[in-house]
Write a protein that binds this ligand. Sequence first.
Ligand SMILES: Cc1cc2nc3c(=O)[nH]c(=O)nc-3n(C[C@H](O)[C@H](O)[C@H](O)COP(=O)(O)OP(=O)(O)OC[C@H]3O[C@@H](n4cnc5c(N)ncnc54)[C@H](O)[C@@H]3O)c2cc1C
Length: 346
Amino acid sequence: METILFLAATEPDGSLAPAALEALGAARSLAAALAGCSLTVGLQGPSVQTAADRIAGCGATRFLGVAGPDFGSARYASDALAAEALVRASQATVVVAPGTSRLSRCLPGVAQRTGGQADTHVTALGARESRPFVNRWYYRQRMEAVVQRTQRPWIVLIDPGSQSPWDGPPGGAVAVEMIDVTLPEAARKTSVVGVRAPAADAQTIRPDADLLFVAGAGWTKKQADGQARVVEAEQIILEFLKRSRASLGSTKSLVDLGGEGQTVLSFLSHLNQIGQTGATPRHPKGLSTCCHGEEPHTVGWRFINERRAISLDPNCGWARGKADVLYVADAFAVMREVNRLLAANA
Ligand SMILES: Cc1cc2nc3c(=O)[nH]c(=O)nc-3n(C[C@H](O)[C@H](O)[C@H](O)COP(=O)(O)OP(=O)(O)OC[C@H]3O[C@@H](n4cnc5c(N)ncnc54)[C@H](O)[C@@H]3O)c2cc1C
């Protein structure tokens, strides 16, 4: 019989991020699929009571916590010790955690310390013949595998954006069994002295956005009048992002142009690249503009549900089954009109 531990790190204000609530939803559905197993909650962070109270009604039979200023910031040494203590105290056989950068960094090490195994980038989990399984994509999201393991504890990191977050009613005050973890001096060597983040408007990658807007190399190419119109392209795209709050993606060709010394959109970096050698984000909708829709790019659209594209070329990749709707049109003209409509409806 399995014992499932939902493991998460709390935010600086003591709450749980959406990715953690997604992992909780996944842990609950696994518990429901495995008859007779129990669900335990393990929280680590600066404080854990607020988060525990928020999810008191999730059906867990035990709540465990490791809390204190030492566990406030992401740091491998302290995060791994806290997680290890929670895994051991819960006697978990399956650990379900959000695949955030913080936990993805330390949980494989915890699997090593506890004699278990870890699987990252899990997009679904369930049970077959009373045994848990997970789904995971390989080869840049081209192949999907179902994985079962016999080794325990089995630590499973859930890809954010792949699950419905648990949204149960707040349950009230819950008794959290606090575990005392004393850090050796060696685990305190690294400290976070500050956070440098771009201003909210300069941050163009927005994982929670409803829409992914992709800019392709066509925005920088010579247009019908023989001129490239990069400054105008920048203005149109930035205005659209400001009004729609969409997340900005790019093609490899466009971001590479900057590295080759050509004029490109100033707010793009390789982090915006979608595709085989870029990111595979999850958004309900996507709009591709001035992009040819080639396979190495569109493989990054695997998890975009509703796809539209604007390209001058009626034979582009989007027209070959990669988009639901292709507008064979000038993206400059279309996006200017979209911006006008957004401004009129603001
Ligand atoms: C191993 C490998 C890995 C790769 N990985 C990636 C990856 O991760 N991501 C990625 O994106 N690519 C990747 N590529 C490159 C990919 O194959 C394409 O070369 C790239 O995606 C093309 O970018 P693009 O569509 O922006 O540019 P282009 O192919 O130049 O297409 C520009 C498009 O813009 C259109 N256009 C021009 N002006 C307008 C206008 N005014 N209005 C509307 N449309 C207009 C044109 O008709 C054209 O269709 C990879 C390639 C290889 C070999």
